[in-house]
Write a protein that binds this ligand. Structure first.
Ligand code: FES
Length: 256
């Protein structure tokens, strides 16, 4: 079958696509994730794109309902309804490309008590740094005496960092300990910041939360449309649906 080149502005990502594929499918293959709330059924109107150049399928009834005539005259189409029949250049409007936003998914109220797997500990080496070797014993000794962390281990790659972070003019380093058992990193000076990412895998949205593990504060959030929604639209291939949501997706397929 004939292949055509699809170019997505403004990133100018390109992908080769078989004739008859939709713009939404091509976008997904190019790694350009469009908002597609109805999973490509032509019902939500979220996947609006503007055809700048090229040959595509005629306007469908769904598009006539969801895209205003004046917009259609400017080349606006629904990516999930528009099939490719030649080399095409597509402009992705700002409201259509996947969102980095804080409002789409929010945390429910919850306890502020956090128990992170990784904690940071200041280590004062005032008396210890005169000798240039034996840092592992000195650091683990300090962590045991000051914080009760005993029998700590550390990977050789972390141990090699010790001499690099311990400066002659700096009394303190910060050690990061995983589950109270292993030193997984050290930083020079007092730098107790430690972050984690929470990932919420939903059927239509993937949401990411960058959290300060010291207090549970959410520093930044981002969400994108789950790429699986395009696959679920036509055949519901369970092999590509993560196990955590497989049962919900299966029910949806039976209903459809
Ligand atoms: S109209 Fe909903 S994804 Fe295209």
């Amino acid at each position: 079958m004939t292949q055509y080149k699809i170019t997505f502005a403004p990133s100018f990502k390109e992908v080769a696509c078989k004739e008859g594929k939709t713009i939404l499918e091509a976008a997904r293959e190019a790694g350009v994730y469009l908002d597609s709330y109805c999973a490509g059924k032509g019902k939500c109107g979220k996947c609006r794109v503007r055809i700048i150049d090229g040959t595509v399928s005629p306007v469908t009834n769904n598009e006539s309902e969801l895209v205003r005539t004046t917009d259609r005259e400017q080349g606006y189409r629904l990516a999930c309804m528009t099939k490719i029949f030649g080399d095409v250049t597509v402009l992705i409007p700002g409201e259509t490309v996947f969102k980095v936003e804080s409002g789409k998914k929010v945390f429910a109220g919850r306890s502020r008590t956090v128990h992170p797997a990784v904690k940071s500990y200041p280590v004062n080496l005032t008396k210890e740094k005169t000798a240039r070797d034996g840092y592992f014993e000195k650091i683990t000794g300090f962590l045991a005496s000051q914080y009760g962390l005993r029998n700590l281990s550390a990977d050789i790659s972390v141990i090699r960092k010790f001499s690099g972070v311990i400066k002659d003019d700096e009394n303190t380093i910060t050690a990061f300990v995983h589950m109270g058992k292993e030193i997984i990193d050290v930083r020079p000076g007092l730098d107790e910041r430690v972050f984690g990412i929470a990932l919420d895998v939903g059927t239509t949205t993937l949401a990411f939360y960058l959290c300060d593990l010291r207090n549970g504060n959410v520093i930044a959030t981002a969400s994108i449309t789950n790429p699986q929604v395009l696959s679920a639209r036509t055949s519901c291939p369970e092999s590509v649906i993560p196990l955590t949501i497989q049962s919900r997706a299966s029910k949806r397929c039976r209903r459809n």
